[in-house]
Design a binder for this molecule. Structure first.
Ligand SMILES: [Zn+2]
Length: 259
């Protein structure tokens, strides 16, 4: 009897802890979102701040949904003001195609959200929302640079990790022309992946298994990757010009001064 009471208490306590952890995670997402919105709002105004965090949220939910589709455990998105947001994969993808699928889903849903913001902004003549759309396209475009930890690196790994070496001059040029602490952080995090790319041997048994992808799938990802970059580059430029036409008020990109 007593043992049963203790065990029922224990199981209740356990359920409470589980509920608490779930709430904690949710609080982490909502809390870091609010902190991010507050930080952006101080610099750009609250409407733009909400819009930008929404753009990040849709991008991250793309990764989240794709990971769940593939049966992987994944945490809800977390946000760091003026830097980035992320979802943490609790399980490691078993092969390059799964990794690429999850990586591509972020920029895909992020782009859909930016398109939504773009049309809403055009329909109602809202320049702040046009600025949100611009930042949405821009963030997703930068994420397509083919070098991990950026999404583009994980998408292109399905073709070959050697492609990551193409990302090095791109990051280098960006750092040279528009230095920011975020870029520096990305560059530091990318270093081990550059090393992997330099040493990559496709005939290695573990590599041969992990990167075993049919030519058709390679083509599909390759085309989607190039197509999405072309679209994002076009839209970033297009919206940039429209904003110039409006005479962009408070809508500059966060740069090294505001990081
Ligand atoms: Zn992403």
């Amino acid at each position: 009897m007593r043992a049963r009471t203790v065990s029922s208490w224990l199981s209740r306590a356990f359920l409470l802890i589980v509920a608490g952890l779930k709430f904690g995670k949710l609080f982490g997402t909502v809390g870091t979102m609010l902190i991010s919105i507050g930080a952006y709002a101080l610099v750009f105004g609250w409407r733009y701040a909400v819009g930008i965090v929404a753009m990040l949220f849709f991008h991250e939910m793309g990764h989240y949904i794709a990971a769940r589709q593939r049966g992987l455990r994944v945490g809800l998105p977390m946000f760091i003001p003026f830097a980035f947001a992320w979802v943490k994969l609790e399980d490691t993808p078993h092969d390059a195609e799964t990794d690429a699928y999850i990586a591509l889903a972020g920029p895909m849903l992020g782009t859909v959200a930016a398109i939504g913001a773009y049309f809403l902004a055009r329909e109602h003549g809202m320049s702040w929302l046009m600025a949100v759309a611009y930042t949405g396209f821009f963030i997703n475009l930068v994420n397509m640079i083919p070098l991990p930890p950026l999404d583009g690196g994980r998408i292109t790994s399905v073709l070959s990790p050697r492609i990551w070496l193409l990302g090095v001059p791109i990051i280098g040029a960006l750092m040279f022309f528009h230095f920011s602490m975020i870029l520096l952080l990305v560059a530091i995090l990318a270093l081990p992946h550059v090393w992997t790319a330099l040493q990559f041997n496709k005939d290695d048994v573990a590599n041969a298994q992990y990167y075993a992808v049919s030519p058709r799938v390679r083509w599909e990802y390759g085309l989607l990757y190039v197509g999405l970059i072309a679209f994002l580059a076009y839209m970033t430029n297009e919206v940039d010009q429209q904003l110039d036409g409006i005479g962009r008020h408070h809508v500059e990109q966060p740069d090294s001064d505001t990081v």
